[in-house]
Design a protein around this ligand. Structure first.
Ligand code: PEP
Length: 254
């Protein structure tokens, strides 16, 4: 089954409103002719709506970086998936390793967020990945399997079209150390097998992004792997030239 690669820039806690608008204006110009790759950016919450307005009629979608699992209520400081939808988002990233390690998110908490994003009619980019100690201890599959089980338990078969998995080895995020294409493909194939167990043939349509120090010079080799269907990009998504080069390195899976 053909899978259209999905490349999304996660800006984290970076960029003012004017910097955000300048970046997406450059991206809009540089990427206007790209037809065979889906593209997204995840700005800070305060910039999401203006960025979405600036990207109207473009081929670049907007994503939230995280959300609360409840839709509304007394949850000071939180933003719900449905409010991200209201602001112009196409999807929400959930379970990023920074959320898990710095903010104590558990597999169960991530599953609640997956349900909330799906209920809001948005796409989920659900992140999984092992720490360096887990990899060194031979625990990569066990850790990814536990994370995947929680995510898969939150997705109904009819919702699978809205599911994207991002495999992001924690030791590769923001470190300049990238998984080799073979290391990444091995885990992507493991994730694909779990998707097949849960969703049968529909699993072939689920995009599995790689994330972890993706740069213009390693993007093509990673995305050439059979189960790597795009990238979730942190640092390199903050510069228009670098992010555009990564998007252009992606090729549709046939
Ligand atoms: C990320 O934060 O999702 C990420 C992959 O970051 P970086 O590309 O900077 O490693």
């Amino acid at each position: 089954m053909a899978r259209i690669p999905l490349v999304v820039g996660n800006w984290k806690l970076q960029k003012t409103l004017s910097e955000s608008l300048a970046l997406v204006t450059d991206l809009k110009n540089q990427l206007a002719s790209v037809r065979d790759v889906e593209i997204g950016v995840a700005p800070v919450a305060t910039a999401l709506h203006p960025v979405a307005r600036r990207l109207e009629d473009s081929n670049i979608a907007v994503y939230g970086q995280n959300c609360h699992h409840e839709e509304r209520g007394a949850f000071t400081g939180e933003v719900s998936a449905s409010l991200f939808a209201d602001a112009g988002a196409t999807g929400v990233i959930v379970g990023h390793s920074e959320r898990r390690t710095l903010f104590g998110e558990t597999d169960e908490g991530v599953a609640r967020k997956v349900r909330a994003v799906m209920a809001a009619g948005l796409r989920v980019i659900a992140c999984v990945g092992e720490s360096e100690a887990e990899r060194d201890g031979g625990q990569t599959e066990a850790r990814v399997s536990a994370q995947m089980k929680a995510i898969l338990g939150a997705v109904e078969p009819a919702q699978v079209v809205s599911l994207v998995i991002a495999y992001e080895p924690v030791w590769a995020i923001g470190t300049g150390r990238t998984a080799t294409p073979a290391q990444a493909q091995e885990v992507h194939a493991f994730i694909r097998a779990m998707l097949r167990d849960r969703f049968a043939a529909a699993a072939e349509g689920v995009r599995i992004q790689y994330g972890g120090s993706v740069k213009p010079d390693n993007a093509a080799d990673l995305m050439r792997q059979p189960d790597i269907d795009g990238a979730l990009v942190g640092g390199a998504s903050l510069k228009a030239d670098d992010f555009s080069a990564i998007v252009k390195a992606a090729r549709p899976r046939t």
